[in-house]
Each structure stands twice: as C-alpha cells, then as structure tokens.
Design a protein around this ligand. Structure first.
Ligand SMILES: Cc1ncc(C[n+]2csc(CCOP(=O)(O)OP(=O)(O)O)c2C)c(N)n1
Length: 346
C-alpha cells in the first residue's frame, strides 16, 4: 500500500506520498543500497589483500542505482550498464556470487573467468554485456531499442547508463541523435559524479548540466538529485514509462558523488584533496535515506541491523565459495571467443 510520509529533509516539497511505493519497496531500496556498499567494499578489501587484481567502487552512487533498479521491469526491459553499475545490476537480481566469481576470475564465472571485472552480463535478467571503452556500449543500447521498434514490440524499453565523461565521446552524440530521429524507446541515464578519473566536469564540457545537451537533439532532458533514491526512482520510472508508451528517448542526469578512487588502480589523493572527499561524504545517501525511513517508522534500528547482517553473511559466503573455486583451464582460452568448432591454431 502506498504511504504518506513526512517531507524529506533537503528535498523541498517532496513527500514520500507522491512516489506511491509500499513499505516493502522502500525497504527493497535500502536493501539494495546496503548490498551495493557491502559488495563494493569487499572488492576493495580483496584487492588490498592481493586476492583480486582489480575492483571498481560505486560508493556515492547507491541512491541513483537502487532507485533506477526499482523502476526497471525485469523480463521486459533491457539494461545496458557501464562498469560502475554494481548496485544497479545487483538491484535487478544479479547474484553476489557471480560478481565475486568474476572478481576472482574463476572458471565457473559466466565468461569462464576471461572477462575484465565489472563487465556485467546476464541474458535472463536482460543485462547486456559491455566493454570498458567509454560510450562504446551506447550504440549497442540504441540498437536494442531500434530492434524493439523494428519488431513492433511495445511496452519494452532500454535503460543505458554512463558517466559525464562518457558524454564527450562521439558515439554518445551519434547514438542520441539516432535515437531521437527514430523516436526509440530508450532512457539515457548519466550518473554525474563530477569527475572522470582525474578530469573535472569543467574540462569535459562548457555547460553546467549534462541534461542541457538534450535540447540539441530535440528530446526531453532532466537533471535530478542522484543522492536521493526516491527522486531517482521517480525520474527513471517516468522516463521509462514514456519510452514504453511511444514517447521516445529521454536524457536523464543524476547528480551524485564518487567517494572512492576511480578504481583500485588509481589513488585519488594525487588529484583531489581529502577535504573535498570529506565534504562529499557528509551527503552519504545511505545515512540520509536510513534517517528518513527511521523518522517515518518504516524501519527501526534492529531492522537495519538485520538487513546489514544478512547481506554481509551472503557476501562472506559468496567470497568463500568463489575463492575456493578453480581457475579456468588453459585449454579453455578460446572458448566463447570463436563460434562453432573453429580452433584458431589449426
Ligand atoms: C574511449 C576510452 N577512452 C578512455 C578510457 C579510459 N577511461 C576509463 S574510465 C574513464 C573515465 C570515465 O569517466 P565518466 O564517464 O565520468 O564515468 P565515471 O568513471 O566517473 O563513473 C576513462 C577516461 C576508456 N576506457 N575508453
């Protein structure tokens, strides 16, 4: 049942009421945010222990990703993620174990342990695999949306995500232009954390908001608070609904923050001060959302604690299981690379 809750702090006149979410859905959002944070931290811990070669954090992106995951219709929509979408894929149903198998590069991983970590893909969940080449996945997303239109499949939409740095790429512009011309059912969701590795937004573009770029392509553009999961849910849901009902593409921009380094391969102390990061962390989306749920008695402290414990146990279990699995067989090197029985050395 939809609830009427007290206004959120810092979000103007916004009330929970207008989102029409049940208690269960409000708690699902919190669960997904906590899961993202715990799995995220696990990747960094394992890297520091020398057990996994690489991890990418999404701390600070929890709200936008949990909100967007709830707006996605599993079994109908297609999601084309980028590498920082750990929370979004978990929210759609990607198993924690699959993420850990990929981090540990074990043979039981869906790609046979041959993919770069954070290259999510799951056919059953409608998650399209990507490459890390910035914005190279966006034409693929537009292609999927074009296929829906071409086949006359209504009620389906594509959600594609990227960072603000990705909007400097030619493929990004070409894709939005094509989607706009053909009125395709697609939502372009920018997770704007203000920095592309070490390059600030001011050196990527001469506009304040990425969403302004929508004007040039004749589609709606909307900037929203990506630190608020309910506002994020609402924006993504409205845009997906518009796409599903023939309204065409939308460019969304979630203003969020990146609390960690770009990945375990860089040290953000070389390009931003600790004071800046401390300021960002004051707006921790999990702490803010927990406070709102507590104030409105949707959850109590004990419920939050049990959610945390449950997710931590699942993550610990997945870590142990993934670590205990064998590495891929060298003879599997070309498996899933060539179609059919072709052996490249023959
Ligand atoms: C075509 C291309 N150029 C450069 C890179 C190296 N690279 C990897 S991530 C990244 C920054 C992207 O930043 P942004 O799109 O803002 O996303 P964020 O990582 O901040 O979430 C760059 C430049 C790449 N992978 N592909």
């Amino acid at each position: 049942m939809a609830r009427a809750l007290r206004p959120q702090t810092g979000s103007g006149a916004t009330t929970f009421e207008r989102f029409g979410l049940s208690d269960e859905q409000l708690i699902t959002i919190l669960r997904n945010m906590l899961m993202q944070r715990i799995v995220d931290n696990r990747g960094f811990q394992l890297n520091r222990q020398g057990k996994v070669p690489f991890a990418l954090g999404s701390e600070g992106h929890e709200a936008v990703q949990a909100g967007a995951a709830l707006a996605f219709t599993r079994g109908k929509d297609i999601f084309v993620p980028y590498y920082r979408d750990l929370g979004l894929v978990l929210g759609i149903g990607y198993p924690i174990l699959d993420l850990l198998l990929s981090m540990f590069a074990r043979g039981a991983d869906r790609s046979g342990g041959r993919q770069f970590p954070n290259h999510f893909g799951n056919h059953d969940l409608g998650i399209m695999n990507i490459s890390s080449i910035i914005s190279a996945h966006i034409p693929h997303a537009v292609g999927a949306a074009y296929a829906f239109t071409y086949r006359g499949e209504t009620g389906r939409a594509v959600l594609v995500t990227f960072g603000e740095g990705g909007t400097s790429e030619g493929e990004w512009h070409e894709s939005i232009n094509f989607a706009s011309i053909h009125n395709l059912p697609i939502v372009f969701l920018c997770q704007n954390n203000g920095i592309a590795i070490s390059v600030p937004q001011s050196q990527q573009m001469h506009v304040k908001d990425v969403a302004q770029k929508a004007v040039a392509y004749g589609i709606p553009g909307e900037t929203f608070d990506g630190m608020d999961p309910l506002i994020s849910y609402d924006a993504v849901k409205r845009a997906l609904d518009r796409a599903r009902t023939g309204g065409g593409p939308t460019l969304l921009e979630a203003k969020c923050a990146r609390f960690l380094s770009h990945s375990t391969d860089d040290d953000d102390r070389t390009y931003r001060s600790r004071e800046i990061v401390q300021e960002l962390r004051k707006r921790d989306p999990i702490a803010t959302y927990e406070a709102i749920l507590l104030a409105n008695r949707v959850v109590d402290e004990a419920k939050i604690e049990s959610l945390r414990r449950e997710i931590l146990e699942e993550t610990n279990d997945a870590t142990d299981r993934a670590e205990a699995m064998p590495l891929p067989e060298p003879s599997d090197l070309y498996k899933q690379v060539y179609a059919g029985d072709y052996e490249p050395w023959q």
